[in-house]
Structure formats: C-alpha cells, structure tokens
Design a protein. Structure first.
Length: 428
C-alpha cells in the first residue's frame, strides 16, 4: 500500500531525521501542534497536521487516537493509541531498559502522564528507545522519576545548593534504566533546575486552582503528593506542588484560589549547619494580601511554625490566628474529636484515632470556629479550626506528620471539605 501519512512522536533529531524526504514528496505529517508551528517557522516544505489536544480517526475498521499531554519528555510529545489492539506508541515519553533523556522535560507532568497511561487498557508499549514493553513499564518508569523528584525536592525544600544535591542524592533504581553516573548527574541537574525555577503563572480561567508548598527537614516530601493528590482529583481542581521557599511571592499566588502549606519555617542549607528561618516580611505580606483579597489558605500540620517556633506576634501569626507551641512524639496515639458537626468542613466526618504528632497550637484570635480537638489521656488541644480573614477563608488542620494519618478516610474528607470551603464552595 502507498504511504500516505507519517506520525512524528516528537521533534528530536533521532525521531524526525529524514522527514524532509517524506514531506517534500507528498506524505502528510501528523505531529504535535507546537512542533507543526516550529516546522512552519523554519519554512519546512510539506503538508502538516498539528494536534493540539487529541484527534480520533475511525474508518469503521480501525480506530486511532492521537493525543498530547503537555510537556512530558519534550514540549511537543504526541501519543498514538490503537484501542482495539491495545497498542500505544509513546516516543521517548516512555523508554525501556534505557536511560531517559530529561533535558527538555517537565518531571512533574511526566509522572502525572505515566499514571494516566497506566490507567489505560494497554498491552503493548512501543517505546522511544529499548525493546517493546508491557503495561508494567509505566509504573516502573514512574517509580524512578518519582524517586528522583522526591530526593531532589527534599534538598530543594531545605535550600541546598546544586552541588550539595549532586553529592547527596543516590537512587538505586537508576540501575534498572542503565543510567550511568554522567546521565544520573544530568537527571539531577534537570530536576533541580525545574524545582528551583519560578512558579509559572496560572491561567486566568474561572476554574479554581491550588498551589501547594511542601517539604522540610522533618517532613520529606515523598509522602505528601500521594496524600493530597486524591483530594484535588476528587474535587476536580488543578494543583501544582512546589518545594523552593524562595519562589513564594505575590506573583506566584496570582491566579490561584487556594494556597496549601505543609512544611515549617526552617531550612538547612548545610546538612551539618544551623537552621535558618526563611520567611521574609514580604512573603508574609504576600500571603496575607492573597487571603485578604479572597484567596483560601489551608494550613496543614506544622505550618503554624512557618515564621518562628514561639508565639511572637507577626503578620503570618495574626493572619492565621494561632502559633506553634510544640508537639508530642511522632507515634503518639490520640483521639480526634469532632466538636462542631454543623460546619461544612466537618460534614460527614466521624471521630477517629490518629497516630501522629499531637500539636498544641496557641490561639491568638477570638473569631475562630473550633472544629476538632485532639484528646490524649486528660490532655486536649485544638486539632482544627476555621476563620475568615478579609474576603478570604482560612482552615488549619493539625494532623499530617505521616502518610497513614493523611490517608485516613476522615482526614481525606476533612481536607476535601476544607479545600472547597476555603474556595467558597461546598461538597454537594
């Protein structure tokens, strides 16, 4: 049969080399719309069809689904899925027994895309490099990229330099991908650059969006996204996690409806050095103005200690309405009691048992509505409250030291309800 079309998975030289010989002889090229524009700007000859989101072809004999997923391995990846045959062509967004190249990638979206692909009915994966693979390759590559993101993110959250990060990060999983020392160094550099870049501005669509600041010395970020992502999936809210405290400013909060924090106010730029409190007065003002103008703040766990470890007055303390006052051991077992069952945040929430640090915040406002109490023997402490601040809403939930407590069904419901309430919405 004559060749009529050619599909370009992405525009790297080892995947579109020789294209001119086809395009100039009447072969129609299908590619990502970003790549089509690039070809147009370079005055490449031929007929090109650019796919921005997805395109489905069906001739009643075979269905072919072309789709994009933002920046994954590159900013112009295109996936080709044959649903009846359960076959997918991924380009370098998926490789098998081969080191991935990450020079133009978005590691956060790459992980998200691999999870999306893992949810598809696929038996055969035609990868960009390496032998044909089965469905399991999605999870395998995701594990490596997730470990890489989390290990680099942990160093970024503590203000470590690139040199320190290169010295400290070691991921045994890299051996499965034939990642040698040079390639691994390049992987770390790429992810470090991504996680220390400015938070990209949010679009101006009406859909509420969330920005989440995570990770500190005592709370490695690896357990936080798996605990919070289901919350935002449940309510259909786009979310972006970031690790670099220096990138928190008024600009990064633009276009955001909900700001979530699960970290404290200390960084350790030197592993054996002294802690440094990172929050500046400008950052305090940025958060306060964000909430005052109608934004929502969901302050989780140790975010009461964002400015200091005492009850000294400051902009952040006065906005939040409470201050850090210590906590019990990380494995303390205590009861979480719902003391206000009528509030939207506690709707459907039952008393539960937590194994966590029991924080004992000091309240500094009389307009907060206490929702939850932590009870251990005869001791009680505030475990959750809400308050209004200007046009915005604030909710503090004190639990969150480990994966198990964050994934507790009642904690999941609390965070879901709180995210909606802070945005001026409620669960139906």
């Amino acid at each position: 049969k004559p060749l009529l079309f050619v599909v370009i998975t992405h525009g790297h030289w080892d995947h579109d080399g020789g294209l001119d010989a086809l395009a100039e002889n009447g072969i129609i090229v299908l590619c990502n719309e970003k790549l089509r524009k690039r070809y147009e700007e370079s005055e490449k000859k031929g007929s090109f069809i650019g796919i921005k989101d997805n395109l489905m072809l069906n001739n009643n004999k075979r269905v072919i689904n072309f789709f994009t997923s933002g920046t994954v391995h590159s900013d112009n990846d295109l996936f080709t899925f044959l649903p009846d045959e359960k076959v997918i062509f991924t380009g370098d967004a998926v490789v098998n027994a081969h080191s991935p190249w990450m020079g133009e990638s978005d590691v956060q979206n790459w992980i998200k895309t691999l999870r999306m692909l893992a949810g598809m009915e696929v038996d055969t994966v035609c990868v960009g490099h390496g032998p044909l693979a089965g469905h399991e390759v999605f999870a395998q590559l995701s594990r490596y990229l997730t470990a890489l993101r989390d290990e680099v993110g942990y160093r970024v959250s503590q203000g470590r330099s690139l040199k320190a990060t290169l010295d400290q990060v070691n991921i045994p999983l890299r051996k499965e991908w034939l990642v040698d020392d040079n390639a691994f160094s390049d992987h770390i550099k790429s992810v470090y650059s991504q996680l220390t870049s400015e938070v990209p501005p949010s679009d101006t669509s009406l859909m509420p969006k969330a920005l989440v600041l995570i990770g500190d010395n005592y709370h490695p970020p690896h357990y936080i996204p798996p605990s919070l992502e289901p919350v935002f999936q449940r309510i259909g809210m786009p979310v972006k996690f970031f690790y670099d405290v220096s990138k928190l400013n008024a600009k990064s909060l633009e276009g955001i409806k909900l700001f979530v924090i699960l970290r404290d106010g200390m960084i350790w730029p030197e592993p054996d050095g002294k802690q440094v409190f990172w929050m500046t007065e400008e950052q305090e003002k940025a958060i306060a103005e964000f909430v005052k103008n109608g934004g929502g703040l969901l302050a989780l766990h140790n975010s009461t200690a964002l400015k200091c470890l005492d009850e000294k007055a400051c902009i952040y303390r006065d906005m939040l309405g409470c201050s850090y006052n210590g906590h019990g051991p990380g494995d303390e077992k205590f009861d979480v009691k719902v003391v206000n069952k009528d509030h939207p945040v506690t709707r459907g929430v039952e008393d539960y048992v937590a194994v966590d640090e029991r924080h004992t915040p000091i309240m500094h406002t009389d307009d907060a509505t206490i929702l939850l109490e932590a009870v251990s023997d005869n001791e009680k402490s505030v475990n959750g409250f809400v308050r209004n601040y200007g046009k915005g809403r604030i909710c503090h939930l004190a639990n969150g030291h480990n994966l198990e407590v964050l994934q507790n069904p009642n904690m999941q419901k609390l965070m879901t309800n709180a995210a909606l309430w802070c945005c001026g919405m409620e669960m139906p």
